[in-house]
Design a protein around this ligand. Sequence first.
Ligand code: SF4
Length: 327
Amino acid sequence: MDQITTARPIADGSGKPRLNVLLAGPRGFCAGVDRAIKIVEEAIRRYGAPVYVRHEIVHNRFVVESLERQGAIFVEELDEVPDDAPVVFSAHGVPKAVPAEASRRKLFYLDATCPLVSKVHREAEHHFARGRHILLIGHAGHPEVVGTMGQLPDGAVTLVEDEEHARSVPVPDGMPLAFITQTTLSVDDTAGIVAALRERFPGVHAPAKEDICYATTNRQAAVKAIAPRAALMVVVGAPNSSNSLRLVEVAERAGCPKAVMVQRGRDLDLSLATGLGTIGITAGASAPEVLVEEVLARLRERFDVAIEEVVVAEERITFKLPAGLNA
Ligand code: SF4
């Protein structure tokens, strides 16, 4: 769609210096995060507290703490979950060994893996069934990467982390190859890595449809649209959130002189915006809008803030809750 800008000028007559804020649209929660949070809330409502959640349901402390207040208990591994409590798997996906172990222990579990991550899992299985070795483009140690690699036996998937790695990573002799990607990568970096793989392995099989999800793509496009006009980009997100980290990088590469990540409004150092005419604000896919409002409130402590929302894409996608939690 064409870029839409909506100006919401605020003149507070306070004598504070004027600060123009470009709000990236879309920003914040995606459909997969929204669904994962609803699964935990609905599980608490139906089955009562506590409901255990394996790993942060989404990478955001504010969200995790608000679910803790409702009765969620976050753990890193299944052996921390008692036999008689429900457990939810996070939006990032889990290795197959995790639901297998939950079934062995007869735990009641709900899988909040984003359907777009599950799609990548099914692609990996599809390639494996056809005898292909899989190259997974992603970040080592990220839970989504751990979950995707864990769909298949050890050795079936090789992780490719960057362009240089794509040019040198050893692959098994004589096997056809396919690549898949993490859903929250930089669109531009991934294009470079894919180009390097195609150059080295011209027959490599590609995903039928992009693995980087719509939410990642749209949030990066929105940041690119405002970055050249902003002297500072504030990314509301968490340091362990892949898509939030990518927004910081995308902003700087798209021409914004400085980009900072903040988790809460109070984290923003107001002196960074002093003397600037225009700044940008966005939020990672796991950051709720209330945190963007906190940042705006923080800015209003020192500035007369005028907001212009720049929307590059409308998102209407929603995901159903798992069977049993609907209705
Ligand atoms: S960022 Fe994309 S893949 Fe991850 S939860 Fe959101 S929609 Fe799903």
